[in-house]
Write a protein of this length. Structure first.
Length: 85
């Protein structure tokens, strides 16, 4: 995947994950972008565990995989943030 694809898929996935997940997530557009890009890596790993293909470029599948990973990261963030309060 090219850099521009990573940025666009990451931003879309980060926005979708924040929209889907309830609660306070980390804020800001840059954090959302990083969340989506990291989500693509996490989602690709998780999908790879069950024999699928991870994020492959600018397509719907990559956005879904990245969103799945971003949701997992937001879930972990919310667990940690809730315990530290």
């Amino acid at each position: 995947m090219g850099l521009i694809s990573w940025i666009v898929v990451g931003l879309i996935a980060g926005l979708l994950a924040k929209w889907i997940m309830p609660g306070e997530g980390p804020g800001g557009l840059l954090v959302t972008l990083i969340l989506g890009m990291a989500g693509a890596s996490v989602g690709g790993f998780l999908v790879g565990l069950i024999g699928g293909t991870g994020a492959t470029g600018f397509n719907i599948w990559s956005i879904l995989v990245a969103t799945l990973g971003a949701i997992v990261l937001l879930f972990i963030y919310n667990l940690i943030a809730r315990r530290s309060v």
